[in-house]
Design a protein. Structure first.
Length: 310
């Protein structure tokens, strides 16, 4: 993508040999570069979700090691007692119980059988506890290794996004004299919609004018990316959505365009983008770097699918 952006920037300047590109051509190049950047942003958001789960797994495994360690300590002590007893008594102890015990032979045989079973249970407990502890240690090490790899990849993706953003802003500055469009808060009428969908829609209207910011889910002054806005809108209504367009598609129920209601999600570009439907054939979305959250036509690009928050 960097190469693409560099070429696009170079192509934006007029030379004696070539006519200056039209505004339409410049807008198309910026749109294509923005779409590619948003794909990278959504992959970054997906990696953040994975990293959060890995951190949770590590925490749970680390917490489980304490009880496992205590169980192993107890089982080890019991096996040590069995080993010491066997060493002290040897086979003589068994013969003495058989020949010299005060009870009947059947009673003495039953006692020995119980003793044997008890020791078998203790040994089996020790074996199982040892295996459990070793497995949890190995799982924790594997999870920690995975977390380190994910952190490394996340850092690399963040660096790429920031480098690509510089290229994109340079394109906008060269074409329009400014890196960003200006945005302002919405002051019009917000439709009254019942239930949690109404809360989500109200949030989206109040987010209009906030600037696009990758990886962000608000509040207003911190900006939003596309899936950050939809997840924040529905979070305000008490519903949890993952901060990733593709994951939101999986988390919502499939509906048709004819069934669309305010609060539903509209997906675009093979799950590379998502907006919140607010009725009247309009969505509110955080579209791209340098552009504020806007209300615009649902057909600003061909919809990929539609989702209803459950």
């Amino acid at each position: 993508m960097v190469a693409f952006l560099a070429v696009a920037i170079t192509g934006s300047g007029a030379t004696a040999a070539h006519a200056a590109p039209s505004t339409s051509d410049i807008n198309k190049k910026i749109e294509a570069a923005s779409n590619q950047l948003e794909d990278v942003v959504e992959s970054y958001n997906k990696m953040k979700i994975s990293l959060a789960k890995t951190k949770s797994d590590e925490k749970n495994l680390a917490a489980s090691l304490g009880p496992a360690r205590e169980a192993l300590k107890s089982a080890s002590a019991q096996v040590q007692t069995i080993a010491s007893s066997a060493y002290m008594t040897g086979t003589v102890g068994t013969v003495n119980v058989l020949l010299e015990g005060p009870d009947s032979l059947m009673d003495r045989m039953s006692f020995l059988d119980q003793l044997s079973r008890s020791r078998q249970r203790d040994i089996a407990t020790f074996t199982e506890t040892t295996q459990t502890y070793a497995q949890r240690q190995a799982a924790l090490k594997s999870t920690q290794d995975k977390q380190a790899a994910e952190l490394k990849e996340l850092t690399a993706r963040k660096s790429k996004i920031e480098a690509d953003l510089k290229k994109l802003y340079a394109m906008r500055r060269a074409a329009f004299g400014s890196e960003t469009e200006s945005g302002s808060r919405y002051t019009g009428r917000i439709p009254t919609i019942p239930g949690s969908a109404g809360t989500a829609v109200k949030y989206a209207f109040n987010a209009i004018g906030a600037m696009y910011h990758y990886g962000s889910d608000g509040p207003y002054n911190s900006g939003y990316d596309c899936s950050g806005l939809t997840s924040a809108a529905w979070s305000s209504a008490g519903k949890s959505l993952p901060h990733n367009a593709a994951a939101q598609y999986s988390a919502t129920a499939r509906i048709s365009r004819a069934d669309l209601k305010p609060g539903d999600l509209v997906f675009y570009r093979s799950l590379g983008h998502v907006g919140l439907y607010v009725g009247g054939g309009q969505i509110i979305d955080a579209s791209r770097a340098g552009v504020p959250v806007k209300k615009r036509s649902i057909d600003v690009m061909p919809p990929y699918g539609y989702g209803r928050v459950r």
